[in-house]
Design a protein around this ligand. Sequence first.
Ligand SMILES: Nc1ncnc2c1ncn2[C@@H]1O[C@H](COP(=O)(O)OP(=O)(O)O)[C@@H](O)[C@H]1O
Ligand SMILES: [Mg+2]
Length: 206
Amino acid sequence: MAFVVAVAQRKGGAGKSTVAANLAVALAAGAPVGLLDTDPQGTLARWHGLRPAGSARLSFEAVSGWRVPATVDRLRRDHAFVILDTPPHADTDSRVAMRAADLVLIPLQPSLPDLWAMEATLEVAAAERKPVALLLNRVPAQGNAAREVAAMLRKRDLPILPAHLGNRTAFAAAFGAGLGVTEHAPRTAAATEARALAEAIRREAS
Ligand SMILES: Nc1ncnc2c1ncn2[C@@H]1O[C@H](COP(=O)(O)OP(=O)(O)O)[C@@H](O)[C@H]1O
Ligand SMILES: [Mg+2]
C-alpha cells in the first residue's frame, strides 16, 4: 500500500509543482512512485512530456476532479508513494485531492502572502482530518525571513518538516529539462535538499 502525499497550497507560485516533481523523482530512486497531476493547468504533464529517455521511471497520470479518487486508489496498489500535484484557488478540486491523501504537504515561501494563503489550506486539511506538514520553499540564502517564519509556525505548534528548499536556479533548470534536480544536477545543494525532503517524507510514511 502506498503512502499518498497531496502537495497543496492555495497560492499559485508557492512551488507545488516544483516540489511534487522533485519529491517524486527523489523518492523514485528507492521505490516505485506514482505521480498524479490533478491541476487542469497541466504543468506536470508538460514537465513529464519533456522527460528524456532513461530518466527514473515514474508512473505518471493527469486527471482532475471526480476522477482523482479512483486513480489514486489504483496507483496505491503497486506503488510505495503516490504524489499529487494540486491546483491553486480551486477549493473543490484541491479538497478532493487532500481527501485521497495520507498527508497534505504545504509548500510556503517565507512571505506573508504565502502564510495567509496557507490558512485556507490548513482549514481544508483539518476539515478532511488529514495530517499536514509544512515545507519552507524558496528560502533565500540571505536574511532572517525563513527563521522568523519558522519560529512563528512553531509557536503555533504547526508541523514544519525538518527539510527546506532554498531559492535555487537549479530547480527551474531541472524542471525545464523534464527532470528532478537529483537527476539533472545531483551534486548541487538543491539536490541535497531534494534528497532530504524525500527522507523526511519517508519518515512521515513510517
Ligand atoms: N525552490 C525554488 N527555487 C527557485 N525557484 C523555485 C523554487 N520553487 C519554485 N520555484 C519557481 O517558482 C515558480 C512557481 O513554482 P511552481 O512549482 O510552478 O508553483 P505552483 O505549482 O505552486 O504554482 C516557478 O517558476 C518555479 O521554477
Ligand atoms: Mg502548479
